[in-house]
Design a protein around this ligand. Structure first.
Ligand SMILES: Cc1cc2nc3c(=O)[nH]c(=O)nc-3n(C[C@H](O)[C@H](O)[C@H](O)COP(=O)(O)OP(=O)(O)OC[C@H]3O[C@@H](n4cnc5c(N)ncnc54)[C@H](O)[C@@H]3O)c2cc1C
Length: 375
């Protein structure tokens, strides 16, 4: 039997952050289905992450990791070219991460600070008991019994643990992302910018990554024709090159696609409730964001840190701790929705295209709801 004060399912950015911030104070068991983080899209880290990394005592070490600086976002949205320059940001520039390296490093920090890591392992069953929770973990060597006072779901969009405890996910759209990696061989590679461009079927994204690599992605809805095109060999690369903004970026960077297009869920969704007696959810398990916000990793670090503080208070017997955490999640969800609706409402060129119609309708409803509340 493994004994922990806090058991965290999922050693992604959110789960590992919760673990490394709790490890000095209590017994932490971190569990993940993968022995090592997998390569995956999601590399833009906004400048404000500096404050969180500093608060966690990780900033200097993060700098030594060699991630690529991101100096701003260049967008072609509603026919207008715009640049958001991070030089004017009080937190400095952002980052294009080597995502697998970043995640391995967070796991290592959790272990260094005293957390135990079990990977690969998944959740078999979970039951409430007098002093918390009893779990069965499935491992390649057979089932393992575990006991913990508090559980954290850091398992990403699937939120497997919270769903077993009765929570439900509220999905707000059907956004998916088709993406591929490639090499950069041109003279103008590593421009240090995130490129975003709207098109009738959705929006495009590309960024240079550490190690002469680049990521290219299209976001559209799962039920629209664009999502089917993503599965057609060579289509993503060719369609991106025909875009007025992205085409020249790819050509100047000497971009050469390498490997197959991968498709990932990218919809907005919210776990309801985001915490309960003796458990809480962090990162995507609590709130998953449309990548247009570029706030998923920040939210993972933020909620990971907030959950660690919540557990620490709850273990010391503070009855208000979980309620305060739930209120924090509500505030994050409200701010996120307002910003996202605002950005989609700015693109008005394709009033007949389902992708944009859906988002315009949503923004209009949100505006109406806000004005009736304030009236
Ligand atoms: C297409 C796309 C692009 C994105 N781009 C960006 C971006 O540029 N910038 C940004 O900030 N964010 C981006 N995001 C969002 C960002 O990737 C997520 O918000 C972030 O990964 C959330 O971290 P997490 O730890 O909550 O979840 P995850 O990263 O999903 O980690 C969950 C962990 O739990 C483990 N796990 C899951 N289920 C189980 C189980 N049953 N048992 C054991 N282990 C389990 C997984 O193996 C994984 O390690 C993007 C997302 C998508 C879909």
């Amino acid at each position: 039997m493994l004994h922990a004060d806090v058991l965290i399912l999922g050693a992604g950015p959110a789960g590992a952050t919760a673990a490394l911030n709790l490890a000095g104070e209590c017994r932490v068991l971190l569990v993940d289905r993968h022995a090592e983080p997998l390569p995956r899209i999601g590399e833009s880290l906004p400048p404000a992450a500096r404050r969180l990394l500093t608060d966690m005592g990780l900033w200097e070490e993060f700098l030594a990791q060699g991630h690529a600086p991101c100096f701003g976002n260049r967008s072609l949205w509603n026919g207008l070219a715009a640049e958001q320059d991070f030089l004017r940001d009080p937190d400095g520039h952002g980052w294009h991460l080597d995502r697998a390296r970043f995640e391995s490093w967070l796991r290592d920090k959790a272990r260094e600070r005293g957390a135990a890591l079990r990977a690969p392992a998944t959740l078999g069953s979970v039951d409430a008991c007098a002093d918390g929770w009893r779990l069965v973990l499935e491992t390649p060597h057979g089932p393992l019994q575990a006991q913990a006072r508090i559980l954290i779901d850091g398992g990403g969009r699937a939120s497997t643990l919270a769903k077993k405890l009765g929570a439900r996910r509220n999905r707000q759209d059907r956004l998916v992302c088709g993406w591929l990696y490639g090499e950069e061989r041109g003279a103008e590679n590593h421009d240090g910018l995130s490129h975003i461009e709207a098109s009738a079927q959705g929006w495009w994204y590309s960024a240079a990554l550490p190690g002469q690599r680049r990521v290219l992605a299209l976001h559209t809805d799962a039920d629209l024709p664009g999502a089917r095109l993503l599965r057609r060999g060579g289509w993503l690369d060719a369609a991106a090159r025909a875009m007025p903004g992205l085409g020249p970026v790819l050509r100047n960077a000497g971009f050469r696609a390498a490997g197959e297009v991968r498709i990932a869920a990218a919809h907005s969704s919210q776990l309801q409730p985001g915490c309960g007696p003796g458990w809480l959810a962090v990162g995507d398990a609590a709130l998953s964001f449309d990548p247009l916000s570029a706030q998923g990793l920040f939210n993972a670090l933020y909620t990971g840190l907030a959950a660690a503080e919540t557990c620490s208070r709850a273990l010391r017997g503070a009855p208000q701790a979980m309620r305060d955490y739930r209120q924090q999640l509500v505030s994050i969800a409200d701010a996120y929705r307002q910003h996202l609706d605002f950005w989609y409402a700015q693109e008005t060129r394709w009033a007949d295209a389902p992708f944009w119609q859906r988002r315009q309708r949503r923004s209009a409803h949100a505006l109406l709801a806000a004005s009736s509340l304030s009236g």
